[in-house]
Design a protein around this ligand. Structure first.
Ligand SMILES: Cc1ncc(COP(=O)(O)O)c(C=O)c1O
Length: 425
């Protein structure tokens, strides 16, 4: 009998995946010849995690749990999806307020709006993360959650924020998009609140091209995140069964992580600790060896042993000094900022979508929702402390291939350049 097995994904597709890695035509020809001698197996479950006994997404999630100590990990298709699923898991909804830092990528605030709640934009301090005193001031009877963001791989003040959350009986949703593998007091960031969100996009510590993770120890929150991320309910042990508990089934999205992305994640997570250890070591060496002028200081750190260390931040006394340092192209490759005179989605004063309440429907939901209390006084000047800090900040990037020799060279060059630039300052 003729073999009617349908291999939807076979050698041609495998070769295209190999192509993503920019393999040379010669190598591709060699790989093709080898694979043709021993053709790929029929695909198990159409690259679909729930019908694939060899699911790469399952394997990746298991590795994430083992690495971080989180009881549950749910792989999704972006950090933004992770945040929205986490909001739903935490039962954030109409009328609720969520405290978000004034310095974060816009997705942190956007996720709150997508979850039909109100983002309360709140000051950061000189650690570039949420200022606990400002958080406490912004808490109202409508506050449902605090969303600390570990910007640039820098841990937030989690002990203080956890104490505030416990006092007011509200949730902590950690935005760990920029800090996967970082730690606070020895515990992985993303596992210190009620639920944590990771981004695996192209520019993060590790990546899957696009992707994200939701981490939690709470079974019910995990269940709700699963429900939301897979409205088709394929995640359920019995897909079409009636809900086992009220709140288990509701209209959701399709935020499932593709199997191909999970496969990349498996290779990447094996490297996570090594990547962070390398950048952290250089970050520490630079802070020990670079001689700053008296008009500058390091960005404060809430846990120097837990930073990811891929960005080194210097805070000048004035914006003018920061601009002078950035324009002078000092060090090796210069210093940068995403706050000076440019529109940038990382600083709240560029978030016109929220400041001017631009929404997907004419009715202006969720800002006009009858459940909403008093709206925050949204304006470009609502967080003057954050604006001042961000305008005094200059940063430089540290990549995992840099080593102690590079750091020593960079420290000598940057120290000399700064001395030259700020004579007498
Ligand atoms: C702090 C922060 N939160 C959320 C996100 C969103 O992640 P993604 O790009 O994977 O949707 C990002 C991405 O840049 C981010 O930096």
């Amino acid at each position: 009998m003729k073999d009617y097995t349908y291999k939807k994904y076979a050698t041609d597709e495998l070769m295209e995946v190999i192509n993503v890695f920019n393999v040379s035509p010669e190598s591709r020809a060699k790989i093709r010849a080898i694979v043709d001698q021993d053709p790929v197996q029929p695909d198990a479950g159409n690259f679909f995690r729930y019908y694939n006994p060899n699911s790469r997404t399952d394997a990746f999630e298991k590795m994430v749990c083992e690495k971080t100590g989180s009881k549950y990990a749910l792989a999704v298709n972006s950090g933004t999806s992770a945040l929205i699923a986490a909001m739903v898991a935490a039962e954030v909804g109409p009328g609720d307020e969520v405290i978000v830092p004034a310095y974060t990528f816009f997705a942190s605030a956007s996720a709150v709006v997508v979850a039909k709640a109100i983002p309360v934009i709140t000051e950061i301090d000189e650690t570039l993360t949420l200022d606990p005193a400002a958080v406490e001031k912004n808490i109202t009877s409508k506050t449902k959650a605090i969303l600390p963001v570990h910007m640039l791989g820098l841990p937030s003040k989690m002990n203080e924020l956890r104490a505030i959350a416990a006092k007011h009986k509200i949730k902590i949703i950690e935005d760990t998009a920029q800090a996967f593998g970082g730690k606070y007091k020895g515990k992985y960031l993303g596992t210190l609140g009620d639920i944590g969100c990771i981004s695996l996009d192209a520019y993060k510590v590790i990546g899957t091209g696009e992707g994200g993770l939701v981490l939690t120890d709470n079974e019910w929150m995990y269940t709700r995140a699963q429900s939301f991320h897979d409205a088709a309910a394929c995640w359920r042990p019995d897909r079409y069964a009636r809900e086992r508990k009220p709140g288990e089934l509701f209209c959701g999205e399709n935020y499932r992580m593709p199997e191909l992305c999970a496969a990349v994640g498996i290779a990447q997570i094996r490297k996570l600790d090594d990547i962070n250890a390398r950048t952290r070591a250089v970050w520490k060496q630079l802070r020990a060896e670079v001689k700053l002028p008296s008009c500058a200081k390091w960005v404060e750190s809430n846990d120097a042993d837990g930073v990811c260390g891929y960005v080194l931040g210097i805070l000048f006394e004035t914006q003018e000094q920061a601009v002078t340092a950035i324009k002078a192209n000092i060090g090796l490759g210069g210093l940068a900022s995403n706050a000076q005179g440019v529109r940038d989605w990382h600083v709240y004063w560029s978030w016109e979508h929220i400041l001017e309440q631009k929404t997907v429907t004419r009715e202006g939901c969720p800002f006009t929702c009858p459940h909403v209390g008093k709206l925050p006084a949204y304006s470009q000047d609502m967080c003057p402390k954050t604006k001042n800090i961000m305008l005094r900040l200059a940063t430089t990037r540290i990549i995992p291939t840099y080593d102690a020799d590079w750091a020593a060279q960079f420290a000598a060059k940057l120290s000399a350049d700064l001395k030259n630039l700020f004579k007498g300052a």
